[in-house]
Write a protein of this length. Structure first.
Length: 171
């Protein structure tokens, strides 16, 4: 942990060699999908490197830190999977066949999507993550490696822009 916190890349490689299979096994058993487990494993070690300066051997062991972060990333992956499933279900052809959608609501959804695209990056992605994926601001900040205040500002300003755009279209 001392070598990692001082920025020693060899220490990161050693940590991966020693504990990569542990992280991957936890992720694979939790998520039951190989690709998701690989993604989580990568996220955990990227986060380890990004937060290396905050590592404190007195606060716990490296394997303990890795297991904790792995579990959190697995929960995030499961939530994202559930959100995608809900979105897929809502937009499936079966749903459309069972419910005749209100044309006005379809048009409004298209207007919102077009307005969202007009926000530009990274604002559009941040608003999508916060609103559509129902992610918390601190999660978005950690995943995008941005300050929390920046994420909050992007969400607030993005939502205001969306509201103005939708109001313009309505009038």
């Amino acid at each position: 942990m001392h070598r990692l916190s001082s920025g020693d890349r060899d220490a990161l490689a050693q940590a991966y060699a020693s504990f990569g299979s542990l992280v991957h096994t936890i992720a694979a058993r939790t998520l039951r999908q190989h690709q998701d487990a690989e993604d989580v494993t990568q996220q955990v070690f990227v986060e380890l490197w990004q937060r290396r300066e905050a590592l404190d051997p007195r606060a716990g062991s490296l394997p303990g830190w890795l297991v904790t972060v792995t579990r959190r990333r697995c929960v995030d992956a499961q939530r994202a999977r559930a959100r995608r499933a809900r979105l897929d279900e809502a937009s499936s052809l079966e749903w459309v066949g069972q419910h005749s959608p209100d044309p006005a609501s379809v048009v409004e959804q298209m207007v919102v999507l077009a307005a969202l695209e007009s926000l530009g990056e990274p604002r559009a992605s941040i608003v999508r993550m916060a609103v559509l994926e129902e992610r918390r601001h601190h999660e978005i900040a950690a995943d995008l490696n941005l300050p929390l205040g920046t994420v909050k500002s992007h969400v607030r300003r993005g939502l205001l822009q969306l509201r103005r755009h939708v109001e313009e279209v309505r009038s």
